[in-house]
Design a protein around this ligand. Structure first.
Ligand code: NAD
Length: 489
């Protein structure tokens, strides 16, 4: 991302039903992370643009909430249908803009539309309840939308997050102002086009821009009483602080993780090694919040697992992300590469043993771009920074454990609690582990998959609230209780 203007292709944003530039006419240039070449530019939205977007969202909110939930769901389904028809174009743009590999990104549009269909199908679950609170009255609750919802998103799956996270607030009867990340923002312009065609003006606005400008303005706008954020812990905390400067807001946060992958001695070392590599999501360069980047292996299997994981990581084909056979592309931005490298340096300083990777891959095609090899450190101990801090990159650390009594102290001894993967064939052990681990989303003998209808969200510093299940839909409503007095009774 850079704010220098050029003659590049313009990717407009959507405000009040119009595809437009920013009020100030400023732009953010998005670079291809493989080559550092400019790909296109999006408007650098400012406070003024956010104010315009929120004003139109406020105007649209009443009429939108007055439509039936099933009519709103039908429009969300129509958006999903149109997104599917643009899937090939979206895939190419996303791969070039993010650096994520084509083989992994190919599912992103369908992941988004699956969630859109799921929330559309839940429209009639927006119901209240009757409460037998007195003998003479009728007591019931109804669910009502907040009005204007602000959604702010991370850079790693731009279209998937933007499209899928519109569905629940819209079906619930809210209007939405969405701000994508300023890193890899181009595909949200296609979403803006689709929304302009499907929804009445103001129902969806998409304001591109930096977090400091457009993001902060959205968070602080007093008319936006419901905020939902996907991103890092420091930004999540800043959003809570900023939100409280102007009004009382409901803020939900999907934040980072330092997720454990726990291997018990009865597990099959070949299976867990393959799963541990898959669970790092190298096809997205490890830039996935749910990646299990702490591999805790029982001493009985430790050496074998280290060797197997090292061999499969060394075999990952790093290269241009649009090629079908590429297993890992470049990191998303210069900023992010520098950040990931600082974690690699910290692991060296703290005495972790580098087993494979750690540097820029060799070869002419890697002279420019934000490249790092898949990197494995072994003998990582709980006092090391690599054990505790989220890297959000292609860096896996392996830790040896011997004693069940110490294990959960190690597993839970970090600030995060997003996902966890547990590997054992012993049912009792598996169930006790599921109970002991402090995480919001747990896989037993599995990794990575999200299942629509299951609530995904973190505990501890990993967040507040959950998404992808009924709770997400209901979280975009407020409850009103009505007490009717029936004097004749
Ligand atoms: P980030 O926190 O740097 O930025 C996220 C968004 O916040 C961007 O749109 C940015 O412009 C905006 N922002 C920044 N400062 C702001 C401010 N002061 N006010 C309002 N908005 C502001 O995160 P990132 O680098 O884009 O994403 C990586 C992080 O996201 C990782 O920590 C990752 O684990 C997390 N993540 C979590 C989930 C999840 O579901 N839990 C999913 C994906 C990513």
């Amino acid at each position: 991302m850079t704010s220098v203007g050029t003659d590049l292709k313009e990717y407009p944003m959507l405000v009040d039903g119009e595809l437009c530039a920013s009020a100030a006419g400023e732009w953010i240039v998005s670079l291809d992370p493989s080559t550092e070449e400019p790909l296109g530019k999006v408007p650098a939205g400012s406070r003024l643009d956010v104010e315009r977007a929120v004003a139109s969202a406020e105007r649209a909110a009443g009429p939108w909430a007055a439509t039936s939930a099933t009519d709103r769901a039908a429009l969300v389904r129509e958006l999903a249908r149109r997104a599917t028809s643009r899937a090939p174009e979206l895939l190419e743009l996303e791969v070039r803009d993010t650096g994520n590999t084509k083989s992994r990104m190919v599912k992103d549009v369908s992941m988004a539309t699956t969630l859109m269909e799921y929330f559309a199908g839940l429209a009639l679950e927006l119901k209240g309840e009757t409460i037998p609170a007195s003998a003479t009255g009728l007591h019931f609750s109804v669910r009502e939308p907040y009005g204007v919802v602000g959604r702010i998103l991370a850079f790693n799956h731009p279209f998937m997050f933007a499209a899928s996270r519109l569905a629940a607030p819209l079906v619930a009867g809210n209007t939405v102002v969405l701000k994508p990340s300023e890193e890899s923002p181009l595909s949200t312009s296609i979403l803006a086009e689709l929304c302009a065609d499907v929804f009445p003006p103001g129902v969806v606005s998409i304001v591109t821009g930096t977090g400091r400008e457009a993001g902060a303005a959205l968070v602080q706008h007093p008319a936006v009483r419901r905020l939902s954020f996907i991103g890092s812990v420091p930004t999540g905390m800043e959003i809570q602080r900023l939100a409280a400067t102007t009004s009382v807001k409901h803020v939900s946060l999907e934040l980072g993780g330092k997720n454990p992958f726990v291997v018990f001695p009865d597990a099959d070392p070949a299976a867990v090694s393959a799963a541990a590599v898959a669970a790092m999501n190298f096809g997205h360069q490890g830039q996935s919040c749910g990646s299990t980047s702490r591999l805790l292996v029982h001493a009985d299997l430790y050496d074998e697992v280290v060797d197997r994981v090292a061999a499969s990581m060394a075999a990952i084909k790093v290269g241009m992300p649009l090629r079908d056979d590429t297993g890992m592309g470049p990191l998303n931005s210069a900023r992010h590469l520098a950040n990931v490298r600082s974690h690699v340096a910290a692991a060296h300083e703290d005495g972790a043993r580098l087993v494979t990777g750690g540097g820029r891959p060799r070869g002419g095609e890697f002279d420019r771009g934000y490249w790092l090899e898949p990197t494995l450190f072994a003998d990582v101990t709980p006092d090391m920074r690599l054990f505790r801090n989220e890297v959000f990159g292609p860096v896996l650390g392996i830790t040896r454990w011997t004693d069940d009594d110490d294990l959960w102290g190690m597993v839970n001894g970090v600030d995060y609690g997003l996902t966890a993967s547990i590997w054992t064939n012993d049912l009792n052990r598996a169930l006790l582990a599921a109970r002991a681990v402090r995480a919001g989303y747990v896989w037993i003998n599995g990794t990575s998959s999200h299942f629509p209808g299951t609530n995904f969200g973190g505990v501890k510093q990993s967040g507040l609230g959950s998404e992808e299940g009924l709770d997400e839909l209901l979280s975009f409503t407020e409850q009103k209780t009505v007490n009717i007095f029936l004097p004749g009774r």
